[in-house]
Design a protein around this ligand. Structure first.
Ligand SMILES: Cc1cc2nc3c(=O)[nH]c(=O)nc-3n(C[C@H](O)[C@H](O)[C@H](O)COP(=O)(O)OP(=O)(O)OC[C@H]3O[C@@H](n4cnc5c(N)ncnc54)[C@H](O)[C@@H]3O)c2cc1C
Length: 377
């Protein structure tokens, strides 16, 4: 990575090399602007490399977020091909066992968000993937639109491609300490930029901390697991009833009220820890499985065994198989607020963008375009 950009001049400086910073850099570079991306870490280390790499459209909040996901998914597809990022599998199987969940899926299928989706019977599902025994399965919502990338490989690959194909400059190990346009002050000296996009993820105490204090932002901590290869290929990313109660595209539908009641009665322990199930597969066959949701200004960094046990309990219930051995554990955090995205203009020429929900991998490319449009149009 190029490191000696201080003293140079750019059309746009992007603070943060997570998915949102990279997406913003892409949108600006495609318009022909000279772009520098500055990150305090040596390599991406935040939410963008800790997530499932699950680029999901189905289930995103109806309206703006769903449209952002549709657009971002199209950009992911195009960028993955150009940058040599492997799409490891596609689609989603929402595997449900409760009758109330079936009601939610049937209502979902009547909405505009159901494009590319259909219901599979348990027999159809078992014919496709007999290894998923799921004895209590009542239906599967199959969607064909989702993509899965291996974020810890995809994000560095995306950055390298931006550098090579779009001449985006990268300054790593460099903290942006202040912005007085056209000067961007960093821990390694100053550079000049006409405009700045600040994409700091869940770091609310750095740039524009006083401004951010006016927004109801907090942080959400998630526990994640990698399980050994189960010995078969999953047909798509897998989710379960608990996901219908959390993902707003389903959870906001009237039919979800009855399901949420049942889940509150029967799975209060899971709900207490914000657990829902996502299972995706890596190129070596191992499974990435999660997750939980705990909210705090500074969440603790520890993985708690009882929480992992509840995630694995849902895995067992939904898939009908014993979880393979756990081979890796990690936690991650993302920004959270009542609105799913925070876009602000703290001063002329500066845009601040934060994805304040767990959907930045799915919506970041569209939000990056919005930030660039706000700065240059
Ligand atoms: C465990 C987990 C699972 C998830 N699963 C999914 C999923 O499957 N699908 C999905 O769509 N979303 C998922 N998400 C959410 C998604 O990962 C985030 O919304 C997204 O990564 C946020 O990207 P970002 O670029 O805004 O933030 P980050 O990835 O946190 O990047 C912000 C960057 O800014 C840098 N930075 C901050 N301040 C400064 C400064 N002053 N100077 C220099 N650098 C600075 C940081 O070093 C960091 O690299 C998940 C999140 C987690 C934690």
């Amino acid at each position: 990575m190029t490191q000696h950009a201080t003293g140079e001049s750019f059309d746009l400086a992007v603070v943060g090399a997570g998915i949102l910073g990279l997406a913003t850099a892409l949108a600006a570079a495609r318009r022909g602007f000279r772009v520098v991306v500055i990150d305090k870490d040596a390599q991406a280390n935040g939410a963008s490399v800790r997530n499932f790499g699950f680029v999901t459209v189905t289930g995103q909040e109806r309206g703006a977020m769903w449209s952002r996901a549709v657009k971002s998914r199209a950009i992911w597809k195009e960028v993955a091909a150009a940058a040599g990022i492997e799409v490891i599998h596609t689609g989603l199987w929402m595997m449900v066992r409760h009758p109330e969940s079936l009601g939610v899926l049937e209502e979902f299928l009547t909405t505009e968000m159901a494009e590319g989706c259909r219901l599979l019977s348990p027999a159809q599902a078992r014919a496709t993937c007999p290894e998923l025994r799921a004895p209590h399965l009542s239906a599967v919502l199959e969607s064909t639109v989702e993509l899965r990338v291996e974020s810890r490989l995809a994000i560095p690959r995306l950055a390298a491609w931006l550098e090579q194909a779009h001449r985006v400059r990268f300054l790593r190990n460099t903290t942006v300490q202040g912005i007085e346009l056209p000067t961007v002050q960093t821990s390694r000296g100053n550079l000049r930029a006409e405009r700045v996009a600040v994409c700091p993820g869940d770091d609310f105490s750095g740039l524009y901390a006083r401004r951010l204090a006016h927004f109801p932002v907090t942080r959400c901590k998630l526990q994640m697991l990698r399980l050994a290869n189960p010995g078969f290929k999953i047909p798509a990313a897998l989710m379960s009833d608990l996901g219908l109660g959390r993902y707003q595209g389903y959870a906001a539908l009237p039919a979800a009220t009855a399901l949420k009641k049942r889940l509150a009665n029967e799975q209060a322990g899971h709900l207490k820890h914000g657990i829902h199930l996502i299972v995706v597969q890596s190129a070596d066959g191992s499974l990435v499985v999660g997750d939980s949701h705990h909210y705090a200004t500074t969440p603790d960094p520890f993985s708690h065994d009882d929480v992992d046990a509840l995630i694995l309990d849902e895995f067992r219930k939904a898939l009908g198989i014993d979880p393979p051995p756990t081979i890796e554990r990690w936690t991650g955090t993302y920004a959270s607020a009542p609105d799913p995205v925070l876009i602000d203009n703290p001063e002329p020429g500066v845009a601040l963008g934060i994805v304040t929900c767990g959907a930045g991998a799915s919506t970041g490319f569209a939000i990056g375009e919005e930030l660039v449009s706000q700065l240059f149009d």
